[in-house]
Design a protein around this ligand. Sequence first.
Ligand code: MN
Length: 319
Amino acid sequence: MNKIALEEHFITPALEPHMRAAMPAVPPENAQHLIELMHDFGERRLAAMDSAGIDIAVLSISGPGVQAEADARLAVKLARDANDHLAAAIQKQPTRYRGFAHLPMQDVPEAAAELERCVTELGFVGCMVNGHTGGIYLDDRRYDPFWERMEALDTPLYLHPTDSVVMPHVLQDCPELVKPTWEWNFETSSHFLRLLFSGVFDRYPKLKIIVGHMGETMPYHLWRFDSRAALIDRKRPLKEAPSFYLRRNMFVTTSGQCDNVPLLAALSALGNDRVLFSVDYPYEDSAVAGRFLDAAPIDDAIRAKVSRLNAIEVMNIEQ
Ligand code: MN
């Protein structure tokens, strides 16, 4: 079945050092191979897409990108350059590629302006943000103007994992659990839940936040969020139960999760309109991800939604 995938990464020469510094502990020759794949917008990327039945890939910088840049003015420039680099690649393959904006979240007005430029001038279909920026999470009130702009543009934000600000004590001396194995999952789900419990979705009810890795375990936890949160005397009361926002403002992708159990849990918890196919190229195998969804025990109407129809709806993709 033809698919649209939306956690598919590339890198630019200028942002390669930011990515190498944050790269998981993989052997140098593997890292070099991944980086070469991320520089390529031609044969190798298209062949991987074809192996999974992906006709459109939404491309994004492999994090943390400019969010790890200490010089905020340089971050603004590098983000703009990265988006122009991507726009040029899309122009060469306009039927196969779309783009997510890379944003200098250190500077909120600049981030909002660059998002608008990318959507209205470059034709991008949303943005990807790699977790916190220098320890500041997106529930901070400084981001309110950014959320206003996102709502006005009716475009989604893909909340991608990044490293914890400080390694949690429980993970120290346990290298098996850091980064994608477990740390990023907790870091990213917690980030989304900060938005929820701080009332961002009451203030900006139309926000569309996409979370990868089948929802970073959140679809499994809805009942417990509701039952435990109801017992807390909160200074920041919400209009609705937590599960309401998880079903209204969150979309999840299958990136890096080729397993029927979390797929069925996500569909069951969030609904058939809320789950979207992705690979997490080049960190995951495109053919494996494609075969997983093609063979998943769901009916073909739901498979079509997960494969592409939900992506078209969420990102307003014109074909
Ligand atoms: Mn990724």
